[in-house]
Design a protein around this ligand. Structure first.
Ligand code: NAD
Ligand code: LMR
Length: 324
């Protein structure tokens, strides 16, 4: 019998977790042969609600779940953990930018980074979902100096999926015909969803669209989809965010599909001329539990300009949290 993997989920009584936890527990993230121990972290005020979520998990009688723990202390929650799903953070409301959450949320990732550094399994894989995800991941990474930098990532898979869904809808084709989508940069409105390097129905993505549609519809649609959902639902995306987090970790662990790649926000070592030391979304291939940034893609002047804009924003966000 495979030994259980401990998965720590923060913000476990929140909206995203209400979808995420049940999918992890049913094996959709780590596979149907991998037992799990769920370690749920919340703030003290949310412990009663968390107990309720734990009761529901229990009542599902998922065969893979070996243990469910509820914590309000990050050190206890991350003890021996192999996976960290860092969801817990304040969401934005209508009219806000995600970067406005830095003041409220960065401290959370400082504290959790320290806890991960001290007590987690040293091979832990971390995905930061809480916004602003890239810079929160950087704060976490800087506070976990003993954890290799490539093990702390942020989620841009939701943007990646949104981009594919927009293309499928526009062309009326199946999602399986859309490959090699890339989200470059920040999980924010400066992100660059790149169709120049995508493959649609076997040919270059931009052969199917005009530059005008690309610039005036597609890019803003994907980049502002989070706000569109907040406007419609009254609260931010939850089930689609949980789905993206599942896919982010699943592919990191099990590998990307042959002939395709995914987008992950990872520590930049300067690839594509991007400033080293920010968490930047790149196209990656995953294999044997590791990701590798795809190098050597062509970037035309338009793409270079878009990468620069999102890089500048991430550098500014980094400056804003330099003290922590
Ligand atoms: P939510 O308010 O429903 O839940 C957040 C939970 O986190 C709450 O239960 C809260 O008590 C908890 N929490 C707050 N501080 C905590 C801490 N220090 N430790 C542990 N738990 C803590 O919000 P949600 O809808 O689940 O969204 C969570 C975050 O994810 C938000 O920041 C949101 O903007 C972000 N988000 C990111 C993406 C993405 O694509 N990266 C997508 C959707 C949402
Ligand atoms: C999203 O993209 O849906 C999330 O980041 C939530 C938000 O604030 O937009």
């Amino acid at each position: 019998m495979t030994s259980p993997a401990k998965v720590t989920i923060t913000g476990a009584a929140g909206q995203i977790s209400y979808s995420l936890l049940f999918r992890i527990a049913s094996g959709q993230m780590l596979g149907s042969q991998q037992p799990v121990e769920l370690s749920l972290l919340e703030i003290p005020q949310a412990m009663k609600a968390l107990e309720g979520v734990a009761m529901e998990l229990n009542d599902c009688a998922f065969p893979l779940v070996q243990k469910i723990e509820c914590h309000d202390n990050p050190r206890a929650a991350f003890e021996g953990s192999s996976y960290g799903m860092l969801v817990g953070a304040r969401p934005r409301g209508p009219g806000m930018e995600r970067s406005e959450l830095l003041g409220a949320n960065a401290g959370i990732f400082q504290q959790q980074g320290k806890a991960i550094n001290e007590v987690a399994d040293d091979k832990i894989k971390v995905v930061v979902v809480g916004n602003p995800a890239n810079t929160n991941a950087l704060v976490c990474l800087k506070n976990a100096p003993d954890i290799p930098k490539n093990q702390i990532t942020a989620m841009t898979r939701l943007d990646h999926n949104r981009a594919k869904a927009q293309v499928a809808e526009k062309l009326g084709i199946s999602l399986s015909k859309i490959k090699q989508m890339t989200i470059w940069g920040n999980h924010s409105t400066t992100q660059y969803p790149d169709l120049y390097n995508s493959l649609i129905n076997g040919s270059n993505g931009m052969e199917h669209f005009t530059q005008e549609w690309y610039e005036t519809f597609f890019i803003p649609k994907v980049a502002k989809r989070g706000a569109e959902i907040i406007e419609a639902r009254g609260s931010s995306s939850a089930a689609s965010a949980a789905n993206a987090a599942i896919e982010h970790v699943r592919d990191w662990v099990n590998g990307t599909e042959e002939g395709d790649w995914v987008s992950m926000a990872v520590y930049s070592e300067g690839q594509y001329g991007v400033k080293e030391g920010i968490i930047f979304s790149y196209p990656v291939l995953c294999h044997n539990g590791e990701y590798k940034i795809i190098e050597g893609l062509d970037l035309n002047d338009f793409s270079r300009k878009k990468l620069k804009e999102t890089e500048i924003e991430l550098i500014e966000e980094r400056e804003a949290v330099e003290n922590i």
